[in-house]
Design a protein around this ligand. Structure first.
Ligand code: ACM
Ligand code: ZN
Length: 549
C-alpha cells in the first residue's frame, strides 16, 4: 500500500487539478496496479475506435461512453469499429480511444494505457471492457456522471497505466423485496450503483413471510393474496399494526426486463425463493401446503414464523418444482438461491404427514440433530436434485450445512463467519456474507439516535472495509471462497431513499473487499478516495449517508 500512497503524493505534485491544487485518483475499488505517467489525454472531440471483432454488448457500452463524453464536453466525437484497426495499432499510428481485444486477459480483467496521444483499453470480453469504462469514468471529472454540458472542467484523463482484475468472482449485493417492495426502477438504480462498484451478482430475495413478489402463472393466488398484507407493525412493537394495506409484486415481463438490464452491466441476478421456512405469504395463498392447513395470513410482523411448508406432503414438492420451473425460465443464472434459513421445527414435530415422511425415510435423530433437522436436509437435497436436473446449482444460507448436505451446494455464510469457514474446509463452495461485517440493515454509527431506525447492531463504514474473508482459513480452503456479499434486509427500510442511505457509502467499502487485492487494501487511502463519492451520488440522484470525516 505504500506504493499507492506514494502514487497519490506524486499525483498531488504533478497534476494539481483539485480545489487545493491536488489530484487524488478517486478509484474505488482500487485496481490491482496503477502507475501514473506524465501529462494527460484530452477526451473531448476525439475518435473512439474499437476492434471490429467486438461483440454487440461491448460496442454498445463503448458507444454509450462516447455519447456521454460528447454530451458533457459539448464536443462531437466519432465511434467506429473499422476493419484493419489491428494493423494501424501495430504500426503505432492509432490515436484517440482504442478498445482492443486481448485474449490473454481473464474475462473480467482489463488494461488501460493512457498517453497524451491515445487511450488504449484492452480486454478479452465484454465484462473487461465494461469495467475499464467504469474506471475511465472515475478518472474523469465527476461531472461525467451528469447529463449536461460542463465547460468549466478540463475534460482530460491523466497519463496512466492500469492493470486490473477482480479478486473474487462472486461480488454480490442482496436486496430484500419481500419485507418491503421496491419498484423495477428502484431495483435498476441499485443495479446501476453496483455496476459502478464492479459488482456482478444481484441476489434478489423475492419471497418472505410478509410478501410474495414473484408472479407465477400457475399459482396466481401467490400474488393475488400473498403479495399483500393487512398492515405492518409500527417500529419494533409487534403488538401494533399501522392498518395500511401494503404490497406489490413483479410481473414475469418486469422480471425479464430487469434480467436483461442487469446483463448489460455484467450483473447476473440470482433469485431467491426462501424455503421451507419464510413461506407464510405462500401459505396464506395455498393453505394446503402447510402442516395444519391454516388458515394463514400474510404476516404483518417481523421475526421468525413457525408456519412453514409441510415437508411431508407431496403437494409441497409439486408446488416448489412448478415455481422453480417458472423461475428458471426467467432467470438464466447458473445459481438459484433456495434460502433454507430460520425454519422452526415445531409444526413438523406435530404433523402426521411430516412424521410419516420421517418414518418412511427411516430418519433417526442423534445427539447432534433432531429427526426434523434431517427432514430439512431431505427437502434441500430434493430441491437441489431438481435444480441440478435443470442444469442449475443451489446456494443456501448456512443452516443448510447442519446435518447432511449434498455435494455441489454453495453455502452462504450469514451467522458470522464460522459456517462459511467450516463449509470451505469441508470442500463446499462458499459466499461470505457474515452479519458481523456485511449486514447493511445494521446502523451505520454507534450514535443510533442520530440514525434512522434499524436492526439493533452497528456496522460503520470502516468495519465493512476491514473484512478479510481469508482470516482463519487454511490456504487450501481459500479457493472455495467464491466471494463476498452484503445483504440489505428491509424490515425497517420502507422507502427507496432509506434503501439508498443504507447502501451508500458502505457499498464502496464492500467493493474494495470484493475486488481489490488484499495487499492493496488500506483504510487511510480509502478515506481519501471516498471523499469524492458523495458528489457522484448527488449527481446521479442517490440518497446516501454523509461521511463522518
Ligand atoms: C438471514 O439473515 N436470515 C439469512
Ligand atoms: Zn407437515
Amino acid at each position: 500500500m505504500k506504493r499507492i500512497v506514494a502514487l497519490f503524493s506524486t499525483a498531488l505534485i504533478c497534476l494539481g487539478l483539485s480545489a487545493k491544487g491536488e489530484t487524488v485518483l478517486n478509484l474505488i475499488p482500487y485496481p490491482q496496479s496503477v502507475q501514473l505517467g506524465k501529462g494527460s489525454f484530452k477526451v473531448a472531440g476525439v475518435t473512439f475506435n474499437g476492434d471490429p471483432a467486438l461483440d454487440s454488448r461491448s460496442r454498445e457500452v463503448i458507444s454509450q461512453f462516447a455519447s456521454r463524453i460528447e454530451l458533457v464536453s459539448g464536443k462531437t466525437n466519432s465511434v467506429a469499429f473499422p476493419a484493419g484497426l489491428d494493423a494501424v495499432v501495430a504500426k503505432g499510428k492509432a490515436k484517440g480511444f482504442l478498445f482492443m481485444l486481448d485474449k490473454s486477459l481473464g474475462e473480467e480483467a482489463y488494461t488501460i494505457e493512457i498517453t497524451p496521444s491515445k487511450a488504449m483499453v484492452k480486454a478479452s470480453a465484454f465484462p473487461g471492457f465494461f469495467y475499464a469504462i467504469q474506471t475511465l469514468y472515475q478518472l474523469l471529472p465527476v461531472q461525467i456522471y451528469g447529463k449536461h454540458p460542463v465547460s468549466e472542467v478540463s475534460w482530460r484523463i491523466p497519463a496512466i497505466i492500469i492493470r486490473d482484475e477482480p479478486r473474487f468472482r462472486h461480488r454480490g449485493f442482496m436486496v430484500d423485496s419481500g419485507r418491503h417492495f421496491f419498484s423495477v426502477d428502484e431495483i435498476k438504480k441499485v443495479i446501476d450503483m453496483m455496476a459502478i462498484y464492479k459488482m456482478n451478482r444481484l441476489h434478489w430475495h423475492l419471497t418472505e413471510d410478509q410478501g410474495w413478489r414473484f408472479e407465477s402463472k400457475k399459482y396466481p393466488r401467490l400474488t393475488e393474496i400473498g403479495a399483500f398484507r393487512n398492515g405492518t407493525m409500527i417500529g419494533k412493537d409487534n403488538t401494533t399494526n399501522d392498518g395500511i394495506r401494503y404490497g406489490g409484486y413483479y410481473t414475469q415481463d418486469e422480471l425479464r426486463d430487469v434480467v436483461a438490464y442487469a446483463e448489460k452491466k455484467n450483473i447476473t441476478i440470482i433469485p431467491e425463493i426462501d424455503l421451507p421456512g419464510h413461506m407464510q405469504a405462500a401459505l396464506a395463498a395455498y393453505p394446503n401446503l402447510g402442516c395444519t392447513g391454516g388458515p394463514y395470513e400474510v404476516s404483518t410482523t417481523w421475526g421468525i414464523k413457525k408456519e412453514v411448508l409441510c415437508a411431508g406432503k407431496e403437494a409441497t414438492f409439486t408446488f416448489l418444482e412448478d415455481i422453480l420451473t417458472e423461475l428458471t425460465d426467467i432467470f438464466p443464472s447458473e445459481y438459484i438461491h433456495i434460502g433454507g434459513d430460520e425454519c422452526p421445527r415445531q409444526r413438523w414435530k406435530e404433523c402426521p404427514d411430516c412424521q410419516q415422511r420421517i418414518a418412511e425415510l427411516g430418519i433417526k435423530s442423534d445427539d447432534k440433530h433432531s429427526a426434523e433437522d434431517y427432514l430439512q436436509n431431505y427437502v434441500t437435497a430434493r430441491i437441489q436434485a431438481f435444480l441440478n436436473s435443470k442444469g442449475r446449482k443451489i446456494i443456501g444460507w448456512d443452516e443448510i450445512l447442519e446435518g447432511k448436505l449434498a455435494e455441489g451446494a454453495t453455502v452462504m455464510s450469514w451467522r458470522g463467519v464460522k459456517g462459511g469457514l467450516k463449509a470451505a474446509q469441508m470442500g463446499y463452495d462458499v459466499i461470505m456474507s457474515p452479519n458481523t461485517y456485511m449486514y447493511f440493515d445494521y446502523y451505520q454509527s454507534a450514535d443510533k439516535d442520530k440514525e434512522p431506525l434499524a436492526i439493533g447492531h452497528c456496522l460503520p463504514l470502516e468495519k465493512v472495509y476491514s473484512y478479510e474473508p481469508y482470516t482463519d482459513l487454511p490456504a487450501e480452503a481459500c479457493p472455495h471462497i467464491l466471494g463476498v456479499q452484503a445483504n440489505l434486509w428491509t424490515e425497517f427500510i420502507g422507502t427507496n431513499d432509506y434503501l439508498e442511505y443504507m447502501m451508500l457509502p458502505r457499498a464502496a467499502a464492500l467493493s474494495e473487499v470484493q475486488w481489490s487485492p488484499a495487499a492493496a487494501k488500506d483504510w487511510e487511502s480509502f478515506r481519501v478516495r471516498i471523499k469524492a463519492a458523495p458528489a457522484v451520488y448527488a449527481i446521479l440522484g442517490y440518497n446516501f449517508r454523509p461521511l463522518d470525516f
